[in-house]
Design a protein around this ligand. Structure first.
Ligand code: ADP
Length: 292
């Protein structure tokens, strides 16, 4: 069985009266790339900080790299790379200086890797950190987080400053570079996940409403078009795994989670209806999961 790099059990975190995480369970197997997706302000940063032991939840257990996150050892921290959303690097240094400065904190530092990545991402070692664009700063922060070759890389909105066209390409390059490492990254943009993440966790209203393989999510959430012989009852119309339904006379458009191949037939029998199944793209799936 593969090692679990990160394990959250029943994690709840509030700020004052505001409950941000509500009994969150999440686990991350070694070698996977997990995209944590949720709207802005849903608690992705809070979840990542709790996972890293930077914030302490009021309830629940968090283990990272097999250790309790809140008491993570120095050896554990060396196996970890983290790029926060708000990057704070010494602005007066140039890139070469900040790379040397950061490397000095780690017994193991791959200078050749750092230099190669700087070249690939077209960052000039002589450039001053404080004068870099937001996108360049983000790239630099990622390179610095990879210098000690962490086994687990945690990135909070890594493509936040990039335009939509550049985002996916950047993420794909990033994932090529990180190779076999385990990666957890957050994003509020669904398309960031395609071709980049192999697993996805959807955070909504403080809970993980889906966690699993990306392909399985696509198999799980479907839209059904139901056409019944008689008018469908607005109050009592129900379907297993229903996320929401829109009824108009004898027709219903229903989105469901946990779709199974026999569901259309069951609905057809129960409501004397014909049922057509619509596959959804990731954007639509995300909207269906977030439908109020
Ligand atoms: P996301 O990363 O999904 O945008 P955050 O985790 O940053 O969401 O924030 C979730 C919610 O928690 C927001 O409403 C935010 O205002 C609140 N929050 C986050 N950190 C703090 C804090 N230190 N004190 C009070 N409220 C906070």
């Amino acid at each position: 069985m593969s090692e679990t790099m990160l394990d959250l059990r029943g994690v709840s975190k509030s700020f004052g009266h505001k409950a941000v995480l509500k009994e969150v369970d999440l686990s991350l197997p070694a070698g996977s790339v997990l995209g944590l997706v949720g709207k802005n302000g849903t608690g992705k940063t809070t979840l990542l900080k709790c996972a890293l032991g930077l914030q302490r939840p009021q309830r629940g257990d968090v283990h990272i790299l097999g250790e309790p996150a809140w008491e993570l050892s120095a050896a554990g921290k060396e196996r970890l790379g983290y790029v926060p959303q708000k990057i704070d690097l010494c602005p007066w240094m140039n890139i070469r200086q900040i790379a040397a400065y950061t490397g000095a904190f780690y017994p193991r530092w791959n200078k050749a890797l750092v230099e190669r990545m700087l070249q690939e991402w077209e960052l000039n070692p002589k450039d001053r950190v404080g004068l870099l664009s937001v996108g360049q700063t983000q790239k630099l922060a990622i390179i610095l987080a990879l210098g000690h070759e962490p086994e687990l890389l945690v990135l909070d909105e890594p493509a936040a400053s990039l335009d939509p066209m550049a985002r996916r390409q950047f993420l794909e390059t990033l994932l090529d570079t990180v190779g076999e490492r385990t990666v957890l990254f957050s994003t509020h943009i669904t398309s960031d996940l395609e071709r980049v993440a192999d697993r996805v966790a959807v955070l909504k209203d403080g809970k993980i409403v889906y966690c699993g393989e990306l392909d399985a999510l696509k198999d799980s959430v479907k839209r059904l078009h139901v056409q019944a012989a008689a008018t469908l009852p607005d109050g009592s119309f129900d379907v297993p795994g229903m996320l929401h339904a829109k009824l108009t006379g004898n027709e219903a458009v229903v989105s469901v989670q946990d779709f199974t191949a026999d569901l259309p037939e069951r609905i057809a029998q129960q409501w004397s209806a014909s049922v057509a199944v619509e596959d959804l793209n990731l954007e639509d799936i995300f909207l269906e999961l977030h439908h109020e």
